[in-house]
Write a protein that binds this ligand. Structure first.
Ligand code: RIB
Ligand code: CA
Length: 310
């Protein structure tokens, strides 16, 4: 029985890789996709969900909803990495039957329908999850697991010296979600930054002959060419795909449990600090290592249906 998941996403290229991994897995049912502002503005993130579904043509269309913007002044986005459109500028059309539900209703409906079997995978700022906590608190509490790509714990940030981008974009939301006693697993920059694709990987995707491999091979080209705060030209870090890998291939990851605090104001806003928490019910699962080689092999084989290492 495939495991139902709800993906909350700010729809950059690494989000697209993560979503393509989930859609190509026979063990996962992508039941919902909710957009959030972050890499790109909320309307572009919402359109990008439609564009990606139009490009991947999944067997069944998930519920799709437009989530929230952060409306915080002066916030940086990631268009300098992913291009103006957020998906590497490739030509993708929104399907004609692309329809939107309300995001609170999608969270509530999937939590009620699937209960503990539901996994929420948050790949962008936690703005929507904090809103669900406020408006529909019983919904998130019903989910069995919430995987969050975010935070920089023992390493420098990737958007300021202290903060990882998703927690930087909405530090108050990150602080609220991390302190709510939810069944969280945080996948921090400390781990995700170890997984960088290069041209050998994109070449493998492009020649694999699958729709996902071809589309992602083209989509990754732009961010791979760009020098960013975090990666040199010729490499592309797939942060969100690593977070999805925690669900798909849990044995490739080591976890710890700890308290995590998020700084919510001032220059270091978004910084994520480990704190000693004796009450085990208030501790959060934190991924502390990944088997990079096995992860990369699994990801490339799943997206291209062709063995990477022969
Ligand atoms: O810091 C990396 C995270 O920020 C990823 O989710 C990427 O897509 C951006 O949202
Ligand atoms: Ca993201």
């Amino acid at each position: 029985m495939p495991r139902p998941i709800l993906i909350d996403t700010d729809m950059g290229v690494d989000d697209a890789v993560a979503i393509a991994l989930a859609l190509s897995s026979s063990e996962i049912e992508v039941a919902g996709l909710v957009s959030v502002a972050g890499n790109v503005a909320i309307d572009q993130a919402t359109t990008n969900i439609g564009r990606l579904l139009g490009g991947l043509v999944p067997k069944s269309l998930p519920l799709v909803a437009r989530g929230l913007d952060q409306n915080l002044p002066g916030m940086k986005d990631a268009m300098h990495v992913f291009g103006e459109d957020g998906l590497g500028g490739i030509d993708l059309a929104v399907p004609p039957d692309f329809a939107l539900s309300g995001f609170l209703e999608v969270y509530e409906r999937l939590a009620r329908q699937h209960g503990h079997a539901l996994t929420v995978v948050a790949l962008g700022p936690l703005t929507n999850l904090a809103a669900v906590l406020r408006e529909k608190p019983e919904a998130l509490a019903k989910a069995g697991q919430i995987i969050v790509m975010g935070g920089a714990i023992w390493c420098p940030g990737n958007i300021t010296p202290w903060a990882e981008f998703n927690f930087y974009r909405d530090p108050a939301a990150a602080a609220a979600v991390l302190s709510a006693g939810l069944p969280l697993t945080v996948v921090p920059l400390d781990v995700t930054r170890q997984v960088a694709m290069d041209e050998s990987h994109t070449a493998h995707l492009s020649r694999g002959g699958t729709r996902a491999g071809d589309l992602l091979g083209r989509m990754i080209r732009l961010p791979m060419e760009r020098k960013t705060e975090q990666s040199s030209p010729g490499s592309f870090i797939v942060h969100d795909a690593v977070a999805m890998g925690v669900l798909l291939w849990p044995k490739l990851f080591m976890r710890s449990k700890m308290g995590l605090e998020v700084v919510t104001s001032g220059e270091p806003a978004g910084r994520c600090k480990p704190v000693v928490v004796k009450d085990k019910s208030r501790q959060i699962g934190v991924v502390i290592s990944v088997n990079v080689g096995e992860f990369m092999e699994n990801m490339l084989e799943q997206l291209s249906q062709e063995k990477f290492v022969v």
